[in-house]
Design a protein around this ligand. Structure first.
Ligand code: FES
Ligand SMILES: [Fe+2]
Length: 409
């Protein structure tokens, strides 16, 4: 299989009016069945997704001791809790007879107490109060505890990894670590939390965010046209890709032009010199970030089955916390407006996902990627390497051939 194009690959043109790196169309690396076959989805959980870091919320949502939220990551239900000032993630299943510790999506409680028989756990997840303990003799102190997983933060974003010995969050974020830390730092506040259910394999929403080719067809009113090759810059790496364009994103959209002018004015009122740039970043496999001068967005997508997925979108805007009351008011109003616009654009994309999924499940085609879709090629090649799918596909075709031959014999 051919490798993803990288910046110094031979055959890559010098940037002039051509800003993509690929000089010809690219193969659609993953076959349609990689988007719906249950056995591939299962392998993907283990080899592509399990050792990654997954966004679960913000520090603000867990700012006081006892505050918690519950999430499900790759079929594992978790409680993420502020335990005496430290964020910890426990599997939401009691060590006695497996009852969920809580069914609430978020809340605040002084104790971690199982509702079934009343076992109580301390800040470290150790069962410290067991009613009628003589029933459980011999019983050693600290013998029963909740299963714990790693938690890490970057800026105000909180992530959980299910892999005890996987990579560090900074390692997965790679070149993004310092940008994310700053752009979700104390000068930024959350304005949008959106957890959409997608009627498609998790790779469909991820791939959708890696190209602007769909923009004229899917966002005719909001963006109208994509920025085109001459204004786009791609970075393609082994675990990471990005796209940058000077704003406005679409030269033909009145809404976009108005948005950029107003955002530039707003930033100058807040004492920030606008760079006038939009960048979109993908830390493989499923962490997506977008930045303008006034908006920072993180989007993570995880499978809920082979053919469905769930996103978590957190959008932050500048908070002008050191500014005058009117500056804070303007920043607040802008954050709310930007959140509404983002939600509208996401919903325009979301409507496509079910159609793409139905097509994938019946498609007789191999598919093909345009040069503008080279970031998908890099992502698909990464997934393919992790899954060793080309090998898997060959093995299953051989197994099919043998089965057919056996039937004919
Ligand atoms: S199942 Fe939790 S206390 Fe019994
Ligand atoms: Fe889109």
């Amino acid at each position: 299989m051919s490798q993803p194009p990288v910046n110094d690959s031979p055959g890559i043109r010098e940037p002039n009016d051509l800003m993509f790196q690929a000089t010809s169309r690219l193969p659609h690396v993953l076959p349609p069945r990689a988007y719906h076959a249950p056995e591939i989805a299962e392998r993907e959980r283990a080899t592509v997704l399990r050792d990654g870091w997954h966004l679960v919320g913000t520090r603000e949502e867990l700012s006081r001791p006892g505050m918690f939220c519950t999430v499900e990551l790759l079929g594992v239900p978790l409680i993420v809790r502020n335990c005496d000032g430290e964020l910890r993630a426990f599997v939401n299943a009691c060590a006695h007879r497996h009852c969920r510790i809580t069914s609430e999506a978020r809340g605040e409680s002084s104790r971690l107490r199982c509702p079934y028989h009343g076992w109580e756990y301390d800040a470290a997840g150790v069962a410290t109060k067991i009613p009628a303990p003589r029933n459980f003799v011999p019983l050693e102190q600290g013998e029963f505890r909740l299963r714990e997983h790693r938690v890490a933060t970057c800026g105000q974003l909180v992530f959980v990894s299910l892999a005890d010995d996987g990579i560090a969050l900074d390692e997965q974020l790679g070149p993004l670590a310092s940008i994310v830390s700053e752009r979700f730092g104390p000068d930024w506040s959350p304005f949008l939390r959106f957890a959409p259910e997608y009627a498609a394999n998790w790779k469909v929403p991820v791939e959708n965010s890696l190209e602007a080719y769909h923009v004229p067809a899917v966002h005719p009113k909001t963006f109208r046209s994509d920025p085109g090759e001459s204004r786009s810059r791609h970075v393609i790496d082994e675990h990471y890709t990005s796209f940058t364009v000077n704003l406005p994103f679409s030269p033909h959209s009145k809404l976009d032009a108005w948005f950029q002018r107003t955002e530039g004015w707003l930033l100058r009122q807040l004492g920030v010199a606008p760079r006038g740039e939009y960048s979109q970043h993908h830390a493989f496999p499923n962490l997506l970030f977008s930045f303008t001068d006034a908006v920072s967005l993180c989007h993570v997508v995880l499978p809920t089955s082979a053919t469905t997925s769930r996103g978590l979108v957190l959008q932050f805007s500048r908070n002008a916390r050191h500014g005058a009351a009117w500056q804070r008011f303007v920043a607040q109003a802008w954050g709310q407006l930007a959140a509404q616009i983002t939600k509208r654009i996401l919903q325009e994309d979301l409507r496509m996902f079910g159609e793409i999924q139905r097509g994938l499940e019946a498609s007789p085609h191999e598919g093909v990627l345009g040069r503008c879709e080279e970031r998908l090629f890099a992502f698909q090649a990464y997934v393919d390497r992790r899954l060793n799918l080309s090998q898997g596909v060959m093995e299953s075709s051989l197994a099919c051939e043998r089965a057919v031959e056996a039937t004919h014999d």
